[in-house]
Design a binder for this molecule. Sequence first.
Ligand code: SF4
Length: 238
Amino acid sequence: MSNSSSPSFLKNKIILRVSSLSHLEYCCKRSKIESFYKLEPLPVINGKGIAIIIGNRLHFQYSFGYKDFDRVLVRHRLGGTKRIFEKTIKVDDIEATIRGKYDDLKIIRYKDKKYTSVIEVKTISKKYMWSREIKSAIKQLEMYMWLMKEELEKLGYPLWRRSYIEVYSQRNGMLIRRIPVIYNNDIEEWIKDAIRKFKGLLPMQVPPRAYCKLCPRNVRGLCSWWKAMEEDKRRKDI
Ligand code: SF4
């Protein structure tokens, strides 16, 4: 772990990014590694890694899909496109600040009132997202809704009953799927349990090996489970 510093989960004050935290639904270890270790940037080798660059570019592009006066107004009043939302909660002896930046929002008009749907954009090179990837995206959006709820109410554009994950193809830019997500009243408890898992107070589970193969190489490089599996495989091959 040459590129890792002392993990900050040992401290009483921690900052957790929504995107990393949401990966708990994909794999506890991945979420912990992404939350507490400084990761090496992924190198571009024989075309690998280019998909990530394209994905990031398309993600940015599709994050500005809804041309609507109220949408622009709300985004502006929320503090612009670079605004990071955060909330701090107490988890046992830890003060945890959860931080995240939403992709987009859409204004819904219903019975003379205006509401806000938060939009989370995903771009994929596969034909569809795997179940744990979808669960992670849902958790990510649930956390953005939790972070933004009160401010949207103050602005007079409260959360609509549904927000959406939009999945786009990296190959042709087509919208593959729109997944509705409703507000999760238990999201704070989910976050607290996530931190307890990081601290070893609750069991952590790892996913099927197929997910490990999809896991970013810079995360796998820091994963003791992956290293053990590789070692095991090498021994069997001898
Ligand atoms: S290699 Fe597998 S167990 Fe390790 S962090 Fe990635 S998904 Fe989790």
